[in-house]
Design a protein around this ligand. Structure first.
Ligand code: PEP
Ligand code: MG
Length: 368
């Protein structure tokens, strides 16, 4: 066993010495982050903050989304801030010295609203019984106003941030306050704030202007440096990457949504319905949600990488969709010239190995 373990270590260190792609992890909690580090992650490439609001805190978000008055909205935000700060401190502590990309909240709205049907039934029953249902009726009306037929194409990501005042500001404040507190305790926090679902540079500019004010106010003399960047996951963002790079210090490709919107396949539904037929016909060899469709969706990645870098040579480029842990896709991202891939902690060893192999294969020979 000892011999085997040593051999594996040798292989991994060889791959690490050879590869040009850094490997980061997708992690949303301190525990995830610790696990990622054990597997050799060189940072966190995607922290999905909406995951922090599942469970107990779901109601706080619901309260915020459905708030009728400014006071209600402010109260909901004030309740969220301290818990968010705690979330980020935990992660920064685990990732001491390594970059942590925190993505501002990107929930499909339906996950945070009470189910419409259930609420409607409740109201109907109350009315039939002649009970006072004014509160439920108001809630039902509010949920109806927010209801969407296609939540995944709706009020998500940056759109939600632009519509609900104070939401992104609260998160930015929590991230930066957590980083500053860590710095005061000798922990090196390197936050990278990432805006989801951007399709137009103006969206990013709006969020960025607000974030920069908060960062300037909170950072003080702590020495904390905060980057601001964006997901590239809407096809329009990929083809306007040159403009978007003017407002972004980094891009991270969201190949899950890019595949969904590029092919027009629903991430949640479509596979069962006809993917087998497509595989049979050879339209693709594996699901494009698993392995990057190099000639289609991959071209969007390539265009955005080239145009982004042309506009801003120091632009950092990563990918944090599921494809970041898929061997063939890792080769593709190496070849496109990205700086890092980010994947689930358990897929990190494979990504490290594949990144090494890609470097050996495309660069001709092992440079050492
Ligand atoms: C993506 O779209 O590829 C992505 C990483 O974001 P999410 O899966 O959370 O939509
Ligand atoms: Mg996405």
């Amino acid at each position: 066993d000892d011999v085997l373990v040593k051999a594996v270590h040798r292989i991994m260190s060889h791959a690490d010495a050879t590869r040009r792609l850094a490997v980061r992890a997708n992690a949303d909690t301190g525990d995830d982050a610790a696990r990622a580090r054990r597997f050799g992650a060189q940072g966190i490439g995607l922290c999905r903050t909406e995951h922090m609001f599942l469970g107990d805190r779901r109601e706080l978000v619901e309260r915020l989304i459905l708030a009728g008055t400014e006071e209600e909205q402010e109260a909901a935000l004030a309740a969220l801030l301290p818990s968010q700060r705690g979330d980020f401190k935990e992660i920064f502590r685990e990732m001491d010295g390594l970059p942590v990309t925190v993505r501002l909240i990107d929930p499909p709205l339906h996950e945070f609203l009470p189910p419409l049907e259930q609420l409607a039934v409740k109201v109907a029953i109350a009315q039939e019984r002649g009970e006072d249902a004014a509160k439920e009726e108001a809630l039902l009306a509010a949920v109806r106003r927010m209801h969407e037929q296609n939540p995944m194409l709706g009020l998500r990501g940056v759109r939600l941030g632009l519509v609900i005042p104070g939401l992104f500001a609260m998160q930015v404040r929590a991230i930066v306050e957590a980083a500053v507190e860590c710095a005061r305790n000798g922990v090196v926090a390197k936050p990278e704030i990432m805006v989801p679902l951007v399709g137009a540079v103006q969206e990013l500019e709006t969020v960025r202007a607000e974030a920069e004010k908060i960062i300037a106010e909170v950072v003080g003399d702590s020495g904390v440096e905060v980057l601001i960047g964006t997901m590239i996951e809407v096809p329009r963002a990929a083809v306007t990457a040159g403009q978007i790079a003017e407002a972004a210090q980094f891009f991270s490709f969201g190949t899950n949504d890019l595949t969904q919107m590029g092919w027009g396949f629903s991430r949640d539904d479509v596979e069962q319905a006809f993917f087998n037929r497509y595989l049979q016909l050879g339209i693709f060899g594996v699901s494009p949600f698993e392995s990057i469709d190099a000639e289609g969706i991959g071209r969007l990645v390539r265009i955005a990488a080239e145009e982004g870098r042309a506009a801003r040579p120091e632009l950092k480029l990563g990918i944090c969709g599921e494809h970041g842990g898929d061997p063939d896709s890792v080769h593709f991202f190496h070849e496109v010239g990205l700086d890092y891939v980010s994947c689930s902690p358990f897929r990190i060893p494979v990504a490290r190995l594949e990144a090494g192999r890609a470097a050996v294969e495309t660069d001709g020979s092992d440079s050492r």
